[in-house]
Design a binder for this molecule. Structure first.
Ligand SMILES: [Zn+2]
Length: 411
């Protein structure tokens, strides 16, 4: 090969003077380019202690997958020298183009991470890159490990804890979210108290002491875990969870009432389920009139719905004092409603009133955490059938962790 092609590759690879390109072999049938490198310096740096050491020998030849040259799959080949260190013994030195034990160059890994971000699944990314599923998964994992290692959580003050289903509702993960700079900090398996504690323990201790507020559902396991692990933080019950409890109460009233009406062939509530759960402005145009009639029908479901709707105004109160007054009036109405599911939720809310009123001091909700739900759903869908929790976690952190995944290129 001509010398200018070799220097071209040396330039592309960003080689320092310790390495030179010995040969570039083009295999036309195989569609492959092999770039053979040679280490030319006498002195080495010990990878363990950083001392300047002499060369002992060369390790057997290794291969690294590199970015394609045109459409030719490109690999680097080299025998990496071993240094003889007085302190550490004989050690293989690091190469400037790849990480320790990685079969890919930094540039290839960097490119593979971009492909992973854009692809719909690890399988799809692997097919585009010409890599096995395992190799692709490892690139993702190494990126997440790098990102976790270098991330800085020192600014985290307000977080959300939330449960999400894993494997079609049979099991759960608990998820810690940074609410100010939306990202998922960590996930753990399960939603019991010890799971939530393990989740909070992933925050460094000095950061746990700085957390001011935690948004969550009225879930006793999460409440006691936060009291234990974040004693300085205030619990704020999340408005979307409150709404969803009220929505379930309305639905329970509707189911019961619909069954009784149907005994008398009264079909008024048939097919109305989602209209009672939606915000009124989201009801379809053609259903509006019918719903208007139902709302004023004097049905129990309509009463439950009105109580649910009124509670939305709680969150719009100007301050804690107004909020407390509002709640008292709302509670009195809910308790007098003679609708058991509604009374049950009202009692639960009253028991947790402190954490509801804390909203007016911190103004946080789990919306940021909920915002990752569709992303997590699509991860689940793309990962259909796989049961490995660690891979699931890696994926969530890869896509939702806002991590700096990239390799350090060029040092
Ligand atoms: Zn050493």
């Amino acid at each position: 090969m001509k010398p200018n092609l070799k220097s071209h590759y040396a330039l592309l690879l960003g080689l320092d003077k310790n390495w030179k390109v010995e040969s570039v072999e083009l295999n036309l049938e195989g569609g492959k380019v092999s770039v053979r490198m040679k280490h030319v310096a006498k002195r080495l740096v010990c990878p363990c202690c950083g001392a300047a050491v002499g060369r002992a020998d060369f390790a057997p030849e290794r291969t690294w997958r590199h970015l394609d040259t045109m459409q030719f799959e490109t690999e680097l080949r080299a025998r990496v020298p071993r240094g003889k260190c007085g302190q550490c013994g004989v050690k293989t030195v690091e190469v400037p183009w790849a990480g320790k034990n990685s079969p890919f160059t930094w540039l290839f890994e960097d490119f593979a991470l971009e492909v992973l971000k854009a692809a719909s699944s690890v399988k799809a990314a692997g097919e585009l890159l010409g890599l096995s599923w395992n190799a692709t998964q490892r690139i993702m994992k190494r990126g997440v490990d790098r990102g976790m290692e270098r991330r800085d959580l020192s600014g985290v003050r307000r977080v959300g804890i939330d449960e999400k289903s894993f494997l079609r509702g049979q099991s759960y993960i608990s998820c810690l979210c940074d609410l100010d700079d939306p990202k998922i900090i960590e996930v753990v398996k399960g939603r019991k108290k010890e799971d939530a504690e393990a989740l909070l323990d992933t925050l460094p201790e000095e950061i746990r002491g700085e957390i001011e507020a935690v948004a969550m559902d009225m879930w006793p396991a999460f409440v006691s875990a936060v009291e234990e692990k974040l004693p300085g933080a205030e619990i704020v019950f999340d408005r979307f969870h409150v709404s969803s409890h009220m929505g379930e109460a309305v639905d329970a009233v509707r189911r019961d009432e619909h069954r009784k009406l149907m005994e008398n062939k009264d079909e008024r509530l048939k097919g109305s389920r989602y209209n009672w759960l939606r915000r009124e402005e989201n009801i379809k145009e053609e259903k509006r009139e019918e719903f208007e009639g139902l709302k004023n029908s004097g049905l129990k479901t309509a009463r439950a719905w009105a109580i649910k709707e009124l509670l939305i105004e709680f969150w719009e109160c100007r301050n804690e004092g107004f909020g407390e007054d509002f709640f008292k009036r709302w509670y009195a109405w809910a308790i007098r409603s003679r609708l058991e599911p509604v009374r049950k939720v009202a009692k639960m809310l009253k028991k947790h009133l402190d954490g509801l009123l804390a909203f007016f001091r911190h103004r946080i909700t789990n919306a940021a955490s909920e915002g990752f739900n569709s992303k997590i759903q699509s991860i689940k869908a793309a990962a259909r059938g796989f049961r490995n929790y660690e891979h699931y976690r890696t994926r969530i952190l890869f896509y939702c962790g806002n991590l700096d995944l990239r390799p350090d290129i060029g040092h």
